[in-house]
Write a protein that binds this ligand. Sequence first.
Ligand code: DX5
Ligand code: ZN
Length: 222
Amino acid sequence: MTSKISPSLMCIDFTNIEEDIKLLKASNVDYLHFDIMDGNFVPNYTFGPDFMNSIRKITDLPFDIHLMVENPERKLDFFNIREGDIVSIHYESTTHVQRVLEKIKDLGVTPSIALNPSTPICCIEDILDDIGVVLIMTVNPGFAGQKMIPAMLNKIGRLRHYLDIKGYKSIEIEVDGNVSFENSRRMKKAGANIFVAGTSSIFSNRKNIRNGVYRLKAQIMD
Ligand code: DX5
Ligand code: ZN
């Protein structure tokens, strides 16, 4: 599967955001990753709909919206979701997961299910027809700058195998958390193809994000 890069905007230099987003676009990244946090599902807060709408005005890159919020079904309509976007909800964040995924599909965008490190792969057994992406949290969600949980590499491999033997080869695997230059190569080998790039890679040197993209691509491109 084609490797794709999704820079995590919570890690960008907010004082230089317009120029850096133009640099990311010029570096041919595939998405912009928005970690939406409500201080409830995860301890942290980040940004909301108004911030996303302002970014819509300065780029045509598709958005990779990661809802780390309780009951995302109550929040979807706040976000100006557009064709080409991915919208990830956490399996752990709502009672009626399939209903929310169906609502995302009805919006004409790619539904994605995000799994916390301790949530087993078997939980998605009955929603494989409702998703286009599985987002594997390789750290506990909420903060940048953490270290990958080593067991998550094996989880990525088991998930890829599980999806393939079930006949869902087209479902993509996104990884989020400490996607460093070194880890990204191992994650790719394990079966991931969408890489959330944060402080561990692209934004490790905020003064040269173009080089960060180049170095990450060198690890994950076929
Ligand atoms: C965790 C966050 C981080 C961030 C990436 O909830 O989602 O994974 O995007 O940042 P680093 O590369 O610092 O993990
Ligand atoms: Zn994320």
